[in-house]
Design a protein around this ligand. Structure first.
Ligand SMILES: Cc1ncc(COP(=O)(O)O)c(C=O)c1O
Length: 396
């Protein structure tokens, strides 16, 4: 395999600096606890940044989605709507709670769920919808919120790709019952390779998420850190405490070292996103006249944060299909592109649940023709020029 040139691969989405290094060492010298003061501070800062009341840090974006589905009460027999073009974690969250997923095809301009097709999928068992702000472009939230109100559906936003993205001036993750983010190594900011957060404005939902995140532990006594006091049994001032478990939950906690890095990353997120936006603009300008390529279209009211840069390749006009494009880009030019995503209804997991090829034609077109180009805030102008020229050279 050729050597990757200029950091041009879909890996390691963010950039760490001295601040993150110092934050890690500070927590390390303080015994590197789990779920301590750094987590609380990161949650407070993230909630403020997003304009929501509560935030709870978790081990990853998948556990964020799972807890949010629990939080809105998803259970066996319920149906949850989402897009087939996403990472499996989105659809796995309701399925692992015993619910059924129903996919709604995508809109071919934004690649997000097609809001005009949602209502046709609503049944009396439909309880929730998970819009995914794919590649960093927000979904049509006005329409999604109106439909959810009409049919009494809970909205859980999958904002794994869209840290810092905005719809009509409002941060994604703040619209629905809950917003879920991932800080995996490829995401726009990261907490040392893994991490996630759930946002909500709902007090009861926040309590449920917090409990199930950590074995449903309720500490009684005079520890006020995470739990309410049971003042009748142990008056404030006494040093006793005991713990009880409201139910059987999970361990989806984040560590303080990760949260300390998250605090520093969050200070930089707008700057890092701006670099992505500028890099995307450079690629768009460079490729706009290349026949056979469809480049991303940003809705004017959206702040798209370009977690990925998707292009559609028309094999006839461009002269090669997606597979050859990816192969040649890597082997001739040392650039590693990706294909996010093969539609979920092609997977064994969802074929076994009754889905078939032909059900979602737009998602299928993406599966056949979409390539995601490497984009990150570290890319230099030289790297971007090389990326653009290599794609042009592929065609000739
Ligand atoms: C759209 C989407 N949702 C959820 C997740 C799950 O996040 P994590 O990998 O942090 O569990 C991902 C991860 O790539 C994702 O891309």
């Amino acid at each position: 395999m050729s050597k990757i040139k200029f950091d041009l691969e879909i890996k390691f989405g963010t950039q760490y600096g001295k601040e993150e290094e110092e934050a890690v060492l500070k927590v390390l010298r303080n015994n590197a606890p789990t779920s301590g003061d750094e987590c609380i501070k990161f949650e407070k800062n993230y909630a403020e940044y997003s304009g929501v009341k509560h935030a709870r840090v978790v081990s990853n974006g998948s556990s964020a989605l799972f807890l949010a589905m629990m939080g809105v009460g998803i259970k066996p027999g319920n149906r949850v709507l989402t897009t087939p073009v996403t990472w499996i974690a989105t659809a796995a969250a309701p399925v692992t709670l015993g619910a059924e997923v129903d996919f709604v095809d995508i809109d071919l301009e934004t690649y997000n769920i097609d809001v005009n097709q949602i209502e046709a999928h609503v049944t009396s068992n439909t309880k929730a919808i998970i819009p995914v702000h794919l590649y960093g472009q927000p979904c049509e939230m006005d329409e999604i919120m109106a439909i959810s109100k009409k049919y009494n559906l809970s909205v859980v936003e999958d904002a794994a790709h869209a840290i810092g993205a905005e719809y009509k001036g409002k941060k994604v993750g703040s619209f629905g019952a809950a917003g879920c983010f991932s800080f995996h190594e490829q995401k726009n900011i990261s907490t040392l390779g893994e991490g996630g957060i759930v946002l909500t404005n709902d007090d009861a939902m926040f309590e449920k998420i917090s409990l199930y995140r950590s074995h449903c532990t309720r500490v009684h006594g005079n520890s006020t850190k995470y739990c309410k006091l049971d003042e009748e049994k142990f008056p404030i001032g006494k040093k006793f405490w005991w713990q009880d478990f409201d139910d059987c939950g999970y361990n989806f906690r984040m560590t303080d070292i990760q949260a300390a890095v998250g605090i520093e990353q969050l200070k930089k997120v707008d700057m890092l996103n701006q670099r992505r936006i500028d890099n995307a603009a450079y690629i768009t300008e460079g490729l706009k006249d290349v026949p056979g390529l469809t480049l991303p279209k940003v809705r004017p009211y959206n702040k798209h944060v370009f977690h990925l840069y998707p292009i559609i390749i028309d094999p006839k006009e461009f002269g090669m299909n997606k597979e050859d494009f990816i192969y040649d880009l890597l082997n001739k030019f040392g650039i590693k592109a990706g294909f996010h995503y093969i539609p979920l209804h092609y997977s064994t997991a969802f074929k076994n649940r009754g889905f078939k090829k032909g059900q979602f034609p737009n998602a299928e077109k993406l599966g056949e023709q979409l390539v995601t180009l490497p984009i990150n805030p570290r890319q230099t102008e030289e790297a971007l020029a090389y990326l653009v020229q290599s794609i042009k050279d592929l065609r000739s």
